[in-house]
Each structure stands twice: as structure tokens, then as C-alpha cells.
Design a protein around this ligand. Structure first.
Ligand SMILES: Cc1ncc(COP(=O)(O)O)c(C=O)c1O
Length: 481
């Protein structure tokens, strides 16, 4: 059977018989890249024109491109299309670098990038004394290989805390302590894949690393639209699970509305699917009591995930999953294979802090500190988007301005910023904005950071960054090269 051949100058045979046409297209492109027929940097045609060439639906091509971007074979940037990623034939596929530059790549005098708490407020002395108490009390056996779910003391303390503070319904036997949500989500994806799952739906805005974890576990992705009511699962395609951030969408900052919470659970029941509730900053709500976890409405359909990365520090690498019964064993197996168990000393210390009230005290202190910081941010920039919660807010940029330019201009003044673009799934159009992490700097650097941010915004507002005169503006101290 003669195979269709695309007409964009690439010698590519694409066998598109059978029902899995997106898969066939992916396989053909992967093959062409691995064999060197398509070389690094080669621009691919737009999804529209390739679809027309091959007689496919445009979505089939978009899906194939998305999958290959997630796997690292292709790279895509807004505005410049899709190209073959930098990849040598014969070498293992290079994963697409995270769109968000690693935090440690360069140091700045001021930092308003999202993702972390104020590390200078880590309660060192409370941690030290809790750690001393925990270690003195622990029997020798606690230092051996233990339950892959984590220390019984920590799981008991977490079950009590999560029920009280977040409305999570669980007992300690369904909790698994992990090395951060990053690990937890990877274990969950692998466990789901192992039990037959094929597709995970992700919000169309989110952490690119989490999308990569889905792809790396052999799962396909579906994208869920997000608006000012949060993720909209009503029209979502069939999937085996959906990763959501109900309390505070990351990074848009919306909350999942009551109707959408029900829509999400409805979707999960209709498709016999699971919701993964990433409650990464659920403790921090400033205008009202936090909404209880979605998991509380249907513990059999929702996996709850929490982390100490925002309340305490990401370097601790402590997070927890609350699982439906049927997933406990498969996730325990994955955890055993990954690292047997999370380090015990920090688990015991955290258990001690939870039991003694030190955890709640720290969260309360940080809640009022971050609320004040958010208020100051609003005063400094005039307008932010997203509910009054968490550690970040969206700061819109003038229409037609460039996020990259704002980031570059800020960098010349020693301020690290991040645009929204790196968090968008491909094929999502959106207005330019910055994702401002107002918790990141230590107190003494916050004022300076806000001043530079206000200057950068002022500068962009005066002259859209697309105007060629920007770098030549007389008298301006803000320039970008
Ligand atoms: C949306 C979201 N989920 C989860 C996490 C926490 O990840 P981890 O527990 O691996 O530090 C983060 C941290 O940046 C996040 O932004």
C-alpha cells in the first residue's frame, strides 16, 4: 500500500493506516529524527498544513507534536513554531529542557520568581529542637529499612493534621510519604501505567516538569482548559486521571469554583478516572478560610497530594500522597523501587513538629507574612490576577509587550523574574504576564525587588517592548540587550 507523503521537503514515509493515526505519525517522526533524516533545527510545518497534506484532522497532528515535544524530540516556542530538538542520532533522546531556567543557574540580588517560600524564615531553632527530641526518642529499629510508606509517626500525625486543616479523609495506612510531590507524582504515574492507564489529563497551564513526568512514565497527555473558574473538565477527553490544582491553580491563581468541583468529580465518575489533587499551597489563603480539599468529597476518586515545599522549604524534599485503597500497594511498590523509603530523620522531625503544634505555628506566622507581602505587591504594581492565596500572583503585562523582554530588562537590574509563557501547554494562546513569587526574597530584599518590578512595568507600559526604540530610549536606565 502506497503511504501518504508529506510535501514539506522531508523524505518521510508515514504509514497512517489503522485507527491510531496520531501514534503512527509520532512513530514516523521519531524514526526520522533518530535515523538522522530529520536534523536538529529543522522547522516542521504548522499543524494545519501538515494535517492538510496528510489528510488528517488538525488535532491528530497537534497531539503528535505535543507528545514529541514532551518526549524531547521536538521543541516548540510560542511564535516560532515547532522544530527538531538538538539531538544526535544514536544518543538517547534529549528531553526538552524545562522552559523555566533552573533556579541555580545564576544568582540575582533580587528574586521574584515563583515556586518557593522565604527560605530565610525557615524555623531553624524549632526544627533543631524537634529533631533532637525526635532522634532521642526513636528506637534503633527506626533507623533501619522501614515501611516504604514512611514513618508510622509521621503518617499518624499527617492523617490528623490533614483531616483538621484540609478536610482530607484518610487514615495513616493510605498515606505514602515521598521525596517531594515531584517524586510522588512520578510514582503515581508509573503505578497508574502499570495498572493499565494510558492517558493523564493536565491543566493547560502548569509546571512543565509535571508534563514531562507524565510523558516519561509512558503515558499520553490530554490538556484541560482553565479559566477564571479553574479547570474545566466538562468537555475533557477520556483520560485515566487528571492532575488538578483545585485550591489555587498553578500558575494562574484561580480557585476551582464549586460548580467546577462537581464537574470534575462527575467527569471522574463517568470515565472511571482518578483526580490527582495537587494541594501544593493549600494552607495559604488570605481572604477567607481555605476551601476543604476536593478529596474530602470523594476519597475513592481523588488522590490528595501535599508538600512541605511551600510551608517549610523545598530542600526538605518531603511530601505526601493520600491514596484510595486500590492504589496503596502499587504506589508502595514503585516507592520501594525508587528509593525504598524517604529519609527517616526528617520524617521524625516533621512528625514531632506536627504533634507539638510547631507546624501550625510556623504556617500561621508565614500566612500573615505572605498576606502582607501580597498586599504590598498589589500596592506596588496596581493590578494582580488570582485569588488572595499562596505564594505567587499573576501580574499582567501591557498587550503586545514581551515577557522575555520584561525578564531581560529586570535581569539587567539584578531582579530575577519569570514570564507565564513557560507554563503554557503548546497550542494555548494567552496574554503576556509575569508569575511573581512574592514569598521568594528575604524580608530585607522585598522592598528593593518591588521597586525594580514597578520600574520594569512602568517602562513596558510607556513603550511596548515590541517598539524598536526601547533599548535606545534616552535617559532610561532600563535597557535590554
Ligand atoms: C504546582 C506545584 N505543585 C507541586 C509543587 C511541589 O513540588 P515538590 O514537593 O516536589 O517540591 C510545586 C513546587 O514548585 C508546584 O509549583
Amino acid at each position: 500500500v502506497e503511504k501518504p507523503r508529506s510535501t514539506f521537503g522531508m523524505d518521510l514515509h508515514v504509514d497512517l493506516r489503522g485507527p491510531l493515526r496520531a501514534r503512527a505519525l509520532e512513530a514516523a517522526l521519531r524514526d526520522a529524527i533518530a535515523s538522522g533524516r530529520l536534523t536538529a533545527g529543522t522547522r516542521l510545518p504548522s499543524s494545519r498544513s501538515l494535517a492538510a497534506d496528510l489528510g488528517l484532522a488538525r488535532n491528530t497532528v497537534v497531539d503528535a507534536y505535543d507528545q514529541l515535544v514532551a518526549e524531547g524530540w521536538l521543541s516548540a516556542r510560542h511564535g516560532s513554531g515547532t522544530a527538531v530538538a538538538d539531538h544526535r542520532p544514536g544518543a538517547p533522546p534529549v528531553r526538552d529542557l524545562p522552559a523555566v531556567a533552573p533556579r541555580w543557574a545564576r544568582s540575582y540580588a533580587f528574586d521574584l520568581r515563583p515556586g518557593g517560600p522565604d527560605l530565610s524564615s525557615f524555623p531553624r531553632s524549632a526544627w533543631l529542637s524537634a529533631s533532637r527530641r525526635a532522634l532521642s526518642r526513636a528506637p534503633d529499629a527506626a533507623l533501619g529499612y522501614g515501611d516504604p510508606r514512611g514513618s508510622p509517626e509521621l503518617r499518624a500525625a499527617l492523617a490528623e493534621y490533614l483531616g483538621r486543616a484540609r478536610g482530607v479523609r484518610t487514615d495513616p495506612s493510605r498515606l505514602v510519604v515521598c521525596s517531594g510531590f515531584t517524586q510522588a507524582f512520578g510514582l503515581l504515574c508509573r503505578a497508574l501505567h502499570g495498572s493499565g492507564a494510558r492517558t493523564v489529563a493536565v491543566e493547560c497551564y502548569g509546571l512543565p516538569e509535571l508534563r514531562q513526568i507524565v510523558a516519561g512514565s509512558g503515558l499520553r497527555q490530554a490538556t484541560v482548559p482553565v479559566d477564571d473558574q479553574g479547570a474545566d473538565l466538562r468537555a475533557a477527553r477520556r483520560a485515566d486521571a487528571a492532575l488538578l490544582t483545585p485550591a489555587h491553580q498553578f500558575p494562574l491563581g484561580t480557585v476551582l469554583s464549586p460548580t467546577r468541583r462537581h464537574d470534575a468529580l462527575d467527569w471522574a465518575r463517568r470515565h472511571d478516572a482518578l483526580i490527582v489533587e495537587d494541594d501544593y499551597d493549600g494552607e495559604f489563603r488570605y481572604d477567607r478560610e481555605p476551601l476543604g480539599a476536593l478529596q474530602g468529597l470523594d476519597p475513592d476518586r481523588v488522590v490528595y497530594a501535599g508538600t512541605a515545599s511551600k510551608t517549610f522549604a523545598p530542600g526538605l524534599r518531603l511530601a505526601w500522597l493520600v491514596l484510595p485503597d486500590r492504589l496503596v500497594e502499587p504506589v508502595m511498590e514503585e516507592k520501594t523501587l525508587a528509593d525504598r523509603q524517604t529519609g527517616i530523620l526528617d520524617q521524625l522531625t516533621l512528625a514531632e513538629l506536627l504533634a507539638s503544634g510547631g507546624y501550625d505555628r510556623h504556617v500561621r506566622r508565614q500566612r500573615s507574612a505572605y498576606r502582607r507581602r501580597r498586599d504590598r505587591l498589589v500596592r506596588a504594581v496596581g493590578e494582580v490576577e488570582g485569588i488572595s492565596a499562596g505564594l505567587h500572583a499573576l501580574v499582567p503585562l501591557p498587550d503586545g509587550s514581551s515577557e522575555d523582554r520584561a525578564v531581560a530588562v529586570a535581569a539587567t537590574r539584578g531582579l530575577a523574574l519569570e514570564g507565564l509563557d513557560g507554563y503554557r501547554a503548546r497550542s494555548v494562546e494567552g496574554r503576556p504576564a509575569l508569575v511573581v513569587g512574592y514569598a521568594t526574597p528575604p524580608d530585607h530584599a522585598y522592598r528593593g525587588a518591588l521597586e525594580i518590578l514597578a520600574e520594569v512595568l512602568d517602562h513596558l507600559g510607556c513603550e511596548p517592548a515590541t517598539a524598536p526604540s526601547m533599548t535606545r530610549r534616552a535617559g532610561s536606565s532600563l535597557t535590554a540587550s
